[in-house]
Design a protein around this ligand. Structure first.
Ligand code: NAG
Ligand code: NAG
Ligand code: NAG
Ligand code: NAG
Ligand code: NAG
Ligand code: NAG
Ligand code: NAG
Length: 390
């Protein structure tokens, strides 16, 4: 009777261990969201692309697998084993406003913490800031795909791949490209040519070696890695770590995408089915007006200019209609003065029906002052007339 709850407990406990120890996953596109932990500009688009940056300048975005992975296997004695090997494959694409100029880039990250809120955008790629760059307390390993030369980090070119530990100054870097399996020749690749490409990152725990390999989608994983560097991951990663991506924009509008991603501990990353991938959107509509605006904007501005011209004409005509002209004698006679506008209205616009008589210097009209309703006679003196008393 006592053994049943105990065995149930044991089953539950082993189930719990299995559930918490995620060792591998594959995203052939992110449709459905993939439950990733996103921050900043990072979103999963309706067609299943992980968009790390959205075209707005000087921002950052991160996407991490929702739960941290266990990098040190707990041993029977309660201690912790050496760090485990890891392998990942992903497909990325960078779409910039300009063909040959972009914002810094994106990076695959293994980090103790999934919180990069104090990291900066632009050249810091959402990984560090000026104060903590390179500090061993950062606890991250990153593989950067960088399209900007930053002298402060010793960048080699505006099209390089680097292995970074705790900071942006790479421990190893090379121009983007791959070694052809048949000829052994190096083939340049462009990070910025708006074409999706595949990257593999393999960490061999026994050799303490990080390998980075990349190739166009149609090329299988090349045998010779682009980069191979000794990294003591035990010193970087403690028991658990988050895996994911970090990216940022500088002053050039650009978007950084991850199209597919697979990961495995202690074995090669599951292969990605590239025929299933969502297409990389190759246009960026930032800072260029939309087609509707392109049509409406000229019409709207032409209408505005016409309306303003008509308004100016009307005001000018109105001013001329009621224009005041001061005679010398008026200045001498002081302030008692009716406005021309009032006299105009009092005499119905000097209409012939109000004409009382024709004098030597001008016409005399009968009128009624608008407010006081006082009857008046108005003599209209011709300005051309320079004779007699005005
Ligand atoms: C990009 O994301 C930021 C932060 O989420 C947002 O403020 C901005 O409007 C977005 N830009 C575009 C072009 O969607
Ligand atoms: C590294 O970071 C730690 C913790 O934030 C800090 O105490 C230390 O002073 C930093 N080291 C350097 C060289 O800045
Ligand atoms: C590859 O690119 C680098 C850097 O831009 C350049 O120096 C080199 O000549 C290129 N190699 C080939 C084979 O095009
Ligand atoms: C971009 O570069 C890759 C690798 O060099 C190449 O396979 C692809 O054809 C290029 N695409 C364009 C549109 O130039
Ligand atoms: C890393 O690259 C080196 C050198 O090419 C190779 O000997 C080693 O087997 C590679 N390791 C992994 C895990 O791919
Ligand atoms: C790697 O780092 C761990 C933890 O800091 C340290 O104990 C070990 O000696 C390091 N190994 C090498 C080869 O430097
Ligand atoms: C890859 O995806 C395509 C389209 O969904 C499918 O037909 C094919 O069987 C898949 N290949 C593998 C190896 O899973």
């Amino acid at each position: 009777m006592q053994s049943l709850p105990l065995s149930l407990f044991l089953i539950l406990e082993s189930f719990h261990l299995a559930a918490s120890a995620v060792d591998q996953f594959t995203f052939d596109g992110f449709a459905g969201g993939g439950n990733l932990k996103l921050d900043g500009t990072a979103v999963v688009t309706p067609d299943g692309l992980l968009m790390l940056t959205n075209g707005t300048t000087l921002l950052k975005g991160h996407a991490f697998y929702p739960s941290p992975l266990r990098f040190h296997e707990a041993t029977k004695g309660g201690g912790s084993s050496p760090v485990r090997s890891l392998s990942t494959a992903f497909v990325f694409g960078i779409v910039s406003e300009y063909a040959d100029l972009s914002s810094p880039g994106l990076a695959f990250v293994v980090a103790k913490s999934g919180d990069f809120s104090t990291a900066l955008q632009s050249q810091y790629m959402g990984l560090a800031n000026a104060r903590n760059n390179g500090n061993a307390s950062n606890h991250f390993l990153a593989v950067e795909l960088d399209t900007i030369v930053n002298a402060e980090f010793g960048d080699m070119s505006d099209n390089h791949v680097g292995i970074d530990v705790d900071g942006l100054a790479s421990v190893a870097a090379d121009n983007a490209g791959y070694y052809d399996d048949r000829t052994g020749a190096f083939r340049n690749m462009s990070l910025l040519n708006r074409t999706a490409a595949r990257v593999w990152v393999d960490f061999d725990a026994r050799a303490s070696l990080v390998n980075v390999t990349m190739a166009p989608l149609e090329v299988p994983k090349p045998k010779t890695p682009l980069l191979s560097a000794a990294v003591n991951l035990s010193a970087v990663i403690e028991d658990e770590a988050y895996v994911g991506f970090s990216s940022s924009t500088g002053v050039v509008a650009s978007r950084h995408y991850v199209l597919a991603w697979s990961f495995k501990m202690d074995g090669p990353a599951p292969s990605l089915n590239v025929s299933k991938l969502p297409a990389l959107p190759v246009t960026i509509a930032v800072r260029t007006p939309s087609n509707i605006l392109k049509i409406l904007l000229p019409i709207a501005s032409a209408t505005l200019v016409s309306a303003m011209a008509i308004a100016v004409f009307m005001i000018h005509r109105r001013r001329r209609k009621y224009a005041e002209l001061k005679e010398d004698w008026e200045v001498a006679f002081g302030p008692h003065r009716f406005s021309y506008k009032d006299l105009f209205h009092a005499t119905d616009g000097f209409s012939d029906e109000r004409l009382l008589g024709l004098g030597g210097f001008g016409r005399v009209y009968k009128g009624v002052l608008p407010v006081s309703r006082v009857e008046i006679a108005v003599k209209k003196v011709s300005h051309e007339s320079r004779q007699g008393i005005k």
